[in-house]
Design a protein around this ligand. Structure first.
Ligand SMILES: [Fe+2]
Ligand SMILES: [Fe+2]
Length: 336
């Protein structure tokens, strides 16, 4: 049996009956004030995610409705405190061969291969032989990293949180850095800016697992992508130095330190997880451009996915405000 998916999260309307497969992103068992157990669930498909509640037969479902499982859900949409949720009546587990995985994986609208081609073009345009060799060793020559770079989301949620999102984010940043390097001219080193754009989030290819739902890996939780990026730079420089003829001499110390610094400082402030604040112009610029690009993407996607009619979106909890919906967001379009 192959379960076709005809209902997508984005299109679900209040009071609508639901009968459709979903991927479970999250589930937890709780109990109400009378001690009756219920399940809090987050379901997703490629168009978005929605909260759901199970009030009946909780012990029966607790082992099947778990993260990364496909389930067929029957129930009804209800609006609670201004937000849609599904009240689930019945759930059935589904095997992977009973669903079309593409229905559940949000992908970027841009093609990964052409984005990757653009990225390689920027790498090839670098002038500094050391910085360029370092970037090539990761983005051109390391097949495992290249494969993961093409598939990785840039985040678990919030910005570029879809397959290929990391590559989209990195190419977008590099384009902005390219124009800023022209704008600031001699004040900044274009190659160091590029290296920061390429490598600032490279640790995310191991910080996140993203085969079905996206989550942090153990390494991601314990080490994090900033330090993982620095470790990669150290490892690749050691490999380059060990290969005869790859570099003309040792990798210069100041360049090694600056390359690591732009990665370590890209979150900008201690409270955002940066062990160092930007201490050179390139690190400062990479930080602001990273922040800008992630916010533009997060807010655009939020507006795009917003189901409410009218001029403004629902409240965005992260930014604490409603956003004004431009014309492109008011047209009725289904997920594609
Ligand atoms: Fe980051
Ligand atoms: Fe980033």
């Amino acid at each position: 049996m192959f379960v076709t998916k005809s209902q997508f999260v984005r299109d679900l309307k209040d009071k609508e009956p639901v009968s459709s497969p979903f991927l479970v992103k999250f589930s937890a068992v709780g109990s109400d004030k009378n001690g009756k157990s219920f399940m809090n669930v987050v379901l997703l498909d490629r168009s978005g995610e929605i909260e759901a509640r199970i009030w009946e037969d909780v012990p029966r479902y607790a082992s099947t409705v778990v993260r990364d499982n496909y389930v067929h859900v029957e129930g009804r949409v209800q609006t609670y405190q201004g937000r849609r949720q599904i009240i689930i009546n019945r759930v059935q587990p589904l095997r992977e061969d009973e669903v079309e995985p593409k229905d559940f994986i949000a992908e970027g609208t841009l093609d990964a291969e052409s984005l990757y081609g653009e990225l390689l073009g920027y790498v090839a345009s670098m002038q500094d032989p050391y910085y360029r060799a370092l970037c090539e060793s990761v983005l051109r020559d390391d097949a495992e990293i290249v494969d993961r770079v093409k598939r990785a989301p840039a985040a678990k949620s919030v910005h570029h949180a879809y397959r290929g999102g990391l590559l989209e984010h990195v190419v977008s940043i590099t384009k902005i850095l390219d124009s800023l390097s022209k704008h600031y001219g001699k004040l900044v080193d274009r190659d160091l800016l590029f290296l920061g754009g390429f490598f600032h989030d490279i640790g995310k290819v191991w910080e996140l697992s993203f085969d079905r739902t996206t989550d942090y890996t153990t390494e991601g939780k314990l080490i994090g992508h900033l330090v993982m990026g620095v470790e990669l730079i150290e490892r690749k420089i050691a490999e380059l130095e060990a290969k005869p003829g790859r570099l003309t001499g040792k990798f210069p110390t100041d360049k090694r330190l600056l390359a690591k610094h732009v990665v370590l400082a890209h979150h900008g402030e201690y409270e955002y997880g940066s062990p160092k604040r930007p201490k050179c112009l390139e690190a400062l610029i990479v930080h602001y451009v990273d922040d800008l690009d992630s916010k533009v993407n997060a807010i655009a996607k939020f507006i795009e996915a917003d189901p409410s009619p009218g001029e403004f979106t629902q409240m965005n909890k992260l930014y604490g405000r409603f956003f004004f919906k431009p014309d492109w967001a008011r047209k009725e379009t289904g997920p594609n």
